[in-house]
Design a protein around this ligand. Structure first.
Ligand code: C5P
Length: 303
């Protein structure tokens, strides 16, 4: 995340993520699922601007920005500006834990598609915690921010990790940073429809994949992209395909193109392909755009 702190405001770019590996190990007593997942943050950003308002209220204003590499064709879900938005919940949680009643005006420019498995909302929430910690001079340390992030959602803590790539375990909140040999180049397509994370998890069958993420971690660290792509796995893809025909269609379309590997991200519905170079990513994105199967993005992994 990149922060720009001025006197009474903070501006921040918040990246999305892709899951190159997601194994559902088992169901937990708290209703969540035990995971092992490898996530990389990508250069597809929302932007947030937070302006301190000491005597005012907590206000969120959302704007949707068309991504320059996107193609229209998606369902435009409304953007909540109340507690249904994780940004509001993050600001409220921070105020509550610091015991203060300060206001802030937050402007959120949304480029990352919703209900897409790209964790845009989680990234916005993580950025809100870090930005308000600075703006309000609360001096919460990394561990305290991490604990608040984990309370907000399973993916939120990942975005506090400076490395931009990590294996995440537990509910997703136990983060082990990893190193990529070089930036990865992706084409991402978000179809016209989204999926609810809770619904996809309800339909998954835990414990069916025996391999862990170790081989993928090693291949990425050595820059062996074809070997890495052979380790791609998402245990949520089968249930997502059962629930949403758009995901099936994306898999079929990606299979016809010379990607090193392809996979659904998170609980869907976004689908991505790994390319050898940025030029190849642009070329394959153009082909998929012509098929009008959704919004098409070219994105690189980010440190
Ligand atoms: O934690 P988050 O709010 O992002 O999760 C959304 C939903 O996804 C949860 O309510 C739960 O149904 C499901 N989930 C799960 N196991 C996880 C993460 C999410 O069952 N590790």
């Amino acid at each position: 995340m990149r922060f720009r702190h001025q006197h009474t405001s903070v501006a921040v770019c918040t990246p999305g993520k892709l899951n190159l590996f997601l194994n559902v190990i088992g169901k937990r007593a708290d209703g969540y699922h035990e995971l092992e997942t490898l996530m990389v943050s990508i250069g597809l950003y929302d932007t947030l601007r937070l302006v301190d308002d000491p005597d005012g209220e907590l206000q969120l204003h959302c704007f949707r920005v068309a991504c320059p590499t996107a193609v229209r064709g998606s369902v435009r879900e409304p953007l909540p500006v109340d507690r249904d938005n994780l940004v509001v919940r993050a600001a409220e949680l921070l105020r509550e834990s610091a015991g203060i009643r300060r206001g802030v005006r937050i402007e959120l420019c949304k480029r990352i598609p919703l209900a897409a498995g790209l964790a845009g909302g989680s990234s916005d929430a993580a950025a809100t915690l870090v930005a308000l910690n600075r703006l309000w001079n609360l001096r919460l340390n990394r561990a305290e921010l991490h604990a608040l992030a984990a309370r907000l959602g399973s993916d939120v803590a990942f975005f506090l990790c400076p490395s931009g790539a990590a294996v995440c375990r537990g509910r997703g909140e136990i983060i082990e940073p990893i190193t990529l040999a070089a930036p990865l180049h992706f084409v991402i397509v978000r179809p016209a429809t989204g999926l609810s994370t809770a619904l996809v998890f309800r339909h998954c069958q835990p414990g069916r994949h025996r391999d862990g993420a170790e081989r993928l971690v090693e291949s990425l660290a050595r820059g062996r992209l074809s070997a890495a792509a052979r380790c791609f796995h998402n245990a949520l893809q089968e249930p997502a395909e059962g629930l949403n025909g758009d995901v099936v269609r994306l898999r079929q379309e990606f299979s016809k193109q010379p990607f090193l590997g392809h996979l659904m991200s998170g609980s869907g519905t976004s689908y991505f392909g790994l390319c050898a170079t940025r030029d190849q990513a642009r070329q394959l994105a153009a082909r998929l755009r012509a098929k009008r199967i959704g919004e098409v993005f070219v994105a690189q992994s980010r440190p």
